[in-house]
Design a protein around this ligand. Structure first.
Ligand code: NAD
Length: 435
């Protein structure tokens, strides 16, 4: 199948590479010329495990190329829209200008019978609106939300846990389903659960899934807040309720909360869209989910301030982690970077380390101190704050760390360290929602 992928960021670059690896002939198109040049030379423009190998192999096979010219989409039968839908500045709503521009630029390239497939996360109602000009070109629009997890993006794209096709009714819809089944032939053969539905449901599936996950995280973080004033241990509480198969233990790790390029902006955009639809009340709880999430960042800052006896000026704070989660270099709305920025704003001498995200963080916040050397980061630190649970931070030997740091307080913003081991090595261990 000849495929174009418009927008080659975290989603599109992986999608284009994975589709080529699956045997399709793919052109990835992006307006960002340096990004296209990197991709075309086989280099991944961001850190994603497995992407460099997949990209290289797909380019070497001759089935994958990249371009800045939308005219190169002509001739493809299926066109994926994978551009960004960030939060609008000064509003909770999604900024749809990139999706609209991508569709506008694609229209002149479409041939009768082509299928345009939206993968970007959009407010419900967007697909119905975009379908009109696409149908006027003789093509069909489907909405096929993406559920990949950064850090596992390649495997999630090659072997998705479910497929959702939002298609129009009638013959055009049937043709869309057949084409998508051809694109995802390997997943279809593997009997991946498939939901064929209308546009609105497909759009809502994605934001509902992210709203649910965000709510689950903020639920356990709310329990952490209660645990903090009662002396209870939220990690044991999570284990105990997680044994109930109706609840499940996944996404019940209390800590500094969620971030990244999806969950925060998706729940805000959902709230804004529900308000537009006159149903703001239905998702008012998502505002509380957001507030709980942001409060946890402040909780980590407060613990550090208390540990330093309110003497932040001149105090060195070692911040372990900058990406919003391990195995990613993505610092968009990262709780880790936010904590570092807040501590710096209070006057602390912050030195932050991350295996992959230092350059992305530096580009956004050049005022912070950065290091790529763990020993240098820990040396003379008055307090150590772990905010992203990279394996290399979880494996730090507390006895070794004690030989370097000046202070003896470790704040475990992810409840991931062995509290007993750190205490036995002479540290004051502070978790979130733990005594
Ligand atoms: P991103 O910012 O990394 O990538 C977007 C890309 O689109 C950029 O490279 C940008 O240059 C390009 N672009 C913008 N306008 C363009 C245009 N008119 N023509 C061609 N290219 C254009 O964003 P992302 O994280 O890849 O997210 C893309 C979409 O996928 C968003 O809607 C997001 O919510 C959704 N999504 C992302 C993930 C994820 O894990 N990152 C997962 C599921 C869904």
């Amino acid at each position: 199948m000849k495929i174009s992928v418009i927008g080659c960021g975290y989603l599109g670059a992986v999608h284009a590479s994975a589709m080529a690896e699956l045997g399709h002939e793919v052109v990835g198109i992006d307006t960002d010329a340096p990004k296209v040049a990197m991709l075309a030379s086989g280099r991944a423009p961001f850190f994603e495990p497995g992407l460099p190998e997949t990209l290289r192999s797909a380019i070497d096979s001759g089935r994958l190329r990249f371009s800045t010219d939308i005219a190169d989409a002509a001739g493809s039968r299926v066109h994926f829209i994978a551009v960004g839908t960030p939060q609008q500045p000064g509003s909770n709503a999604a900024d749809l200008r990139y999706v609209e521009a991508a569709v506008q630029s694609l229209l002149p390239q479409l041939a009768a019978g082509d299928l345009v497939v939206g993968k970007s996360t959009v407010p419900v109602g967007t697909a119905a609106r975009l379908a009109e000009p696409i149908e006027a070109s003789g093509a069909t629009l489907a909405w096929n939300p993406e559920f990949l997890r950064e850090g596992f993006a390649v495997q999630d794209t090659v072997r998705p846990d479910r497929l959702v096709y939002g298609v129009p009714s009638g013959e055009a819809g049937e043709r869309a389903v057949n084409l998508l089944n051809e694109v995802y032939a390997s997943a279809v053969v593997a009997r991946t659960p498939l939901v064929v539905t209308d546009y609105a449901t497909a759009e809502l599936v994605k934001v509902a899934a992210n709203a649910f996950l965000a709510t689950k995280i903020s639920f356990i973080n709310a329990m952490a807040e209660i645990a903090e004033v009662t002396g209870a241990d939220v990690t044991q509480l999570a284990d105990a309720i997680g044994f109930d198969s109706r609840i499940g233990r996944k996404f019940l790790n209390a800590g500094v909360g969620f971030g990244g390029g999806c969950l925060p902006k998706d729940i805000r955009a959902f709230t804004a869209r529900a308000e537009e639809l006159g149903r703001g009340d239905s998702v008012t709880f998502l505002k509380e989910v957001d507030s709980i999430n942001l409060r946890r960042r402040q909780r980590v800052v407060d613990l550090a301030v208390t540990a330093l006896g309110d003497r932040l000026h001149g105090a060195k704070v070692a911040v372990l982690g900058l990406s919003f989660k391990p195995h990613s270099d993505d610092v968009r709305d990262s709780p880790a970077l936010d904590v570092a920025v807040r501590l710096h704003g209070l006057g602390a001498d912050v030195v932050a380390i991350d295996p992959e995200a230092v350059e992305n963080a530096r580009a956004r916040h050049p005022q912070l101190g950065y290091s790529t050397d763990l020993e240098q980061t820990l040396r003379d630190a008055d307090v150590v704050v772990l905010v992203t649970e990279w394996p290399q931070f979880r494996e730090i030997d507390p006895v070794w760390a004690a030989t370097l740091a000046r202070g003896r307080t470790i704040i475990d913003g992810r409840n991931t360290l062995d509290a007993t081991g750190w205490r036995d090595a002479g540290w004051t261990y502070l978790g979130l929602g733990r005594p």
